[in-house]
Every structure is written in structure tokens, then in C-alpha cells.
Write a protein that binds this ligand. Structure first.
Ligand code: CAA
Length: 260
């Protein structure tokens, strides 16, 4: 993998991806979105990577939004194509069968907040700031922010954030359920990687199914979503991982999952 805007580091089963355009506060242009999409697609077929941690290079920003300079001359057709790429990336992050954790240590604004929301969950440092300031630019979120924000924190809070463009700090983001955990800046990456390692030690087929039923269930009626859960639960009993996990419990030893 050879990327100009991403730094990729594998630590055991955990892949850490840092978006690296510090001079533009890691703003998302077409190249960054394209490289992230390629990275997710390559990671999806990896036999060794069991978790992804997404972060921003430098101390100031996770991602300060879609690149305003690149968007300033766009016509509606260009904007539709650009939004389509952002949405496709979000969908791929939701569909990849491993956990994706956003580690946000600074600004996560506009498309940056939307990118974090497209991850499975968000850990933040005490210096993180979140917001959807697109209305200040005369537009609205275009990478899934209105809809993922609605589903994450409810309509009234999503409307308030998207209408005021207000930036909120990490403690407020924690309070409203936008982020799962807030830690000191020095501890952010290690905390995200520790959780990623914990998940990576579980049965990979089970983790993929948890992700699938929760992501897909969010868009289904409860009866249909419950049926999907039952079917997935039953299907896992055809796996070697289920035999191994339950045998390990009964033999009082750690399980050795193979993802089979
Ligand atoms: N796009 C392009 N460049 C950006 C950027 C962005 N979203 N955010 C910051 N930058 C650039 C600045 O232009 C500046 O570059 P120069 O030094 O070449 O001028 C550099 O990053 C540093 O930024 P500042 O000097 O502004 O840093 P600051 O500390 O004073 O302010 C900030 C930080 C509050 C994050 C401010 O940069 C800011 O408000 N950025 C824009 C945030 C924003 O509006 N994001 C939403 C974009 S629209 C969107 O994302 C649409 C969508 O949903 C798809």
C-alpha cells in the first residue's frame, strides 16, 4: 500500500491509519477520500488485520472538514460526485467485517465529524472538538452527517448541531452520546488500540456478525432485525470458532480463534 495522504501502521492485528495533511488540518479532498476508500477495500481482504483505528496526524485535528478550497468552485454535479464518494467511503467503513474505531484528538468538523460518525464508535481526547459547521458556508453536511448524527444522538440534538454550526467539546460530546470515551491526549491512541486488540482477540466471524446485525438492524423494522440476529446466531454454530470458543470455556483455557 502506497498512499500520499495516509500513514498506515500495523501493530499486530490492529491497523492504525492517520490522515496526514497537517497543513490543511487533514481536510478531506478527493485524493484523501479516494485513498481512504482504497485502504478500506485492501484491509477488507487482509487475512491478518482484525481491527482498524482511524486518526488524524498532528496534534490539532482529526479532520477539519471537507476541503473548502477544493469545494469552492464546484457546481452541483461536481458536488454530487464528491458527496457520493464520501458516502461510499462511509458505507464501506460500515460494511467491513472488522471494528473501526475513530480516535479523535482535535477538530472533527464537517466531513471530519461525519467520517468519525461513519466509524463504529469514537474515542476522543480532552482536546477534541466536534461540529457540523456547513451552514456557515451556505451548505449542509454532505458525507452522511445529518443522518448518522440523527441516529446517534436523536433528531433534536442533530438539528441543533447542524443548524447552529456550533462546536462542542469532548465532555459535551460524551454527555450526548456522540463519543464513547474521553481520555487525556497522551492516552488516546493507546486506549483505542487496546480496545481494538480486545476485539481482535474475539472470534472474527462473531465480530463481523455483531457489526452486520447492528449496522443493518438500525435501518430495519424491529421484527426483521430480530430475525436477522437469530439467523446470524444460528449460522455461527456451523463455525469452527463456535466449537473452539465453547470448548475453551469448558476446558478453562483461552480460545484460539481462526476465523473459520
Ligand atoms: N478545508 C481546507 N482547508 C482548511 C480547512 C478545510 N476544511 N480547515 C482548515 N483549513 C486550513 C486553513 O485554511 C489553514 O490553511 P492556510 O494556513 O493555508 O490558510 C490551515 O488549515 C490552518 O487553519 P486555520 O489557520 O484556520 O486554523 P485555526 O486554528 O485558526 O482554526 C478551525 C481552526 C476552527 C478548524 C478553522 O480552520 C476552520 O473553521 N476550518 C473550517 C471548518 C469547516 O468549516 N469544516 C466544514 C467544511 S464543509 C464540509 O465538511 C462539507 C461536508 O460535509 C462534506
Amino acid at each position: 500500500m502506497n498512499f500520499e495522504t495516509l500513514i498506515v501502521e500495523d501493530r499486530g492485528p490492529v491497523r492504525i491509519v492517520s490522515i496526514n495533511r497537517p497543513k490543511a488540518l487533514n481536510a478531506l479532498n478527493a485524493q484523501v477520500v479516494g485513498e481512504l476508500t482504497e485502504l478500506v477495500e485492501e484491509t477488507a481482504i487482509s487475512d491478518t488485520v482484525r481491527a482498524l483505528v482511524l486518526t488524524g496526524a498532528g496534534e490539532k485535528a482529526f479532520v477539519a472538514g471537507a476541503d473548502i478550497k477544493a469545494m469552492s468552485d464546484m457546481n452541483p454535479g461536481d458536488a454530487l460526485a464528491f458527496a457520493g464518494k464520501g458516502h461510499a467511503l462511509g458505507e464501506e467503513l460500515g460494511a467491513i467485517g472488522i471494528p473501526v474505531i475513530a480516535a479523535v484528538g482535535g477538530f472533527a468538523l464537517g466531513g471530519g465529524c461525519e467520517l468519525a460518525l461513519a466509524c463504529d464508535f469514537i474515542y476522543a481526547s480532552t482536546k477534541a472538538k466536534f461540529g457540523q459547521p456547513e451552514v456557515k458556508l451556505g451548505v449542509i453536511p454532505g458525507f452522511g452527517g445529518t443522518q448518522r448524527m440523527l441516529r446517534r444522538i436523536g433528531a433534536a440534538r442533530a438539528l441543533e448541531l447542524c443548524m447552529t454550526g456550533e462546536m462542542i467539546k469532548a465532555d459535551e460530546a460524551l454527555r450526548i452520546g456522540l463519543v464513547n470515551k474521553v481520555v487525556e491526549p497522551d492516552a488516546l491512541l493507546d486506549t483505542a488500540v487496546a480496545t481494538a486488540n480486545t476485539i481482535a482477540s474475539m472470534g472474527p466471524l462473531a465480530i463481523a456478525k455483531v457489526k452486520e446485525v447492528i449496522h443493518e438492524g438500525a435501518n430495519k423494522a424491529l421484527d426483521d432485525a430480530n430475525l436477522q440476529e437469530q439467523t446470524a446466531f444460528a449460522a455461527l454454530f456451523a463455525s469452527a470458532d463456535q466449537k473452539e470458543g465453547m470448548a475453551a470455556f469448558m476446558e478453562k483455557r483461552d480460545a484460539n480463534f481462526k476465523g473459520e
